[in-house]
Design a protein. Structure first.
Length: 254
């Protein structure tokens, strides 16, 4: 009887421990889910804010307004309020209506050149991209991107424009490789295919102009890629890991 009672007691104890562990796991899972749904305050542009506008002035005139968004849908770089430290900083590029203000968009006024803020000793270089190659429009000022190129050992054929299917075909060994593993985007605009300028009406053509902050050596790579290669962007987060490929393994051969 004593052995049987001891077995029953032990079984009950294990059941209690197991139930407690399940309840603790569920509680933690619920806490994580609620944390993602918890509303946080962010600043959202109510109208287009031109590059060079001080953040304090944009807040004072109502160009920026507080909005509540789920924490899980907001970048960690989102600005929640204009502090004294941020008030004197200016917009690095035009901020579009409905866009969440991100910390990388704010720079010291001395960095603004010709209406565009260029970090430190960097230079600004613009390349044209078809919309899919620009991450379907999700790349914006302040984004961090990796730049890839697809190339062939015997050259790539010319493909259709952004309005049609890409007919580019290479002969020999064809590869896609990282050209620059992490680059800051300064501005994004629609490309005017007829005049080479910037206009919103040409977005239907699927072409955009992406302006990047790079040093001289990387500017040379980006320009060469734009003129002779097939550039493609990947949108990065702070946790994204990108780097140059070790070795060179062909993706496929013709």
């Amino acid at each position: 009887m004593k052995r049987r009672a001891l077995t029953i007691a032990l079984a009950l104890l294990l059941a209690v421990i197991g139930t407690g562990a399940v309840l603790a796991y569920v509680s933690r899972a619920n806490a994580r889910a609620m944390a993602g749904l918890k509303a946080v305050t962010v600043l959202v542009a109510q109208q287009q804010i031109p590059a060079g506008t001080p953040a304090g002035a944009a807040w004072q005139d109502g160009s920026l307004r507080e909005e509540q968004l789920p924490a899980g849908s907001v970048s960690t770089d989102a600005v929640g309020s204009i502090t004294a430290q941020l008030g004197s900083l200016v917009m690095s590029t035009d901020v579009m209506p409905g866009q969440v203000l991100l910390r990388p968009m704010l720079v010291p006024a001395v960095q603004v050149s010709g209406g565009l803020a260029i970090p430190g000793s960097m230079v600004a270089v613009t390349i044209p991209l078809c919309l899919p190659a620009a991450v379907a429009g999700y790349v914006h000022a302040g984004s961090q991107v990796a730049i890839f190129d697809t190339f062939s050992s015997q050259g790539m054929g010319s493909g259709a424009g952004c309005g049609g299917s890409s007919g580019s075909q290479g002969s020999g060994t064809v590869e896609t490789r990282v050209v620059l593993p992490r680059v800051q985007v300064l501005a994004v605009g629609a490309a005017d295919s007829s005049q080479g300028g910037s206009t919103t009406g040409s977005q239907s053509q699927g072409s955009v102009l992406v302006t990047l902050a790079v040093d001289q050596a990387d500017a040379e790579r980006v320009i060469q890629l734009s003129e002779t290669g097939l550039p493609y962007l990947a949108l990065l987060t702070q946790a994204s890991q990108t780097g140059f490929d070790i070795g060179s393994q062909p993706l496929f051969q013709h």
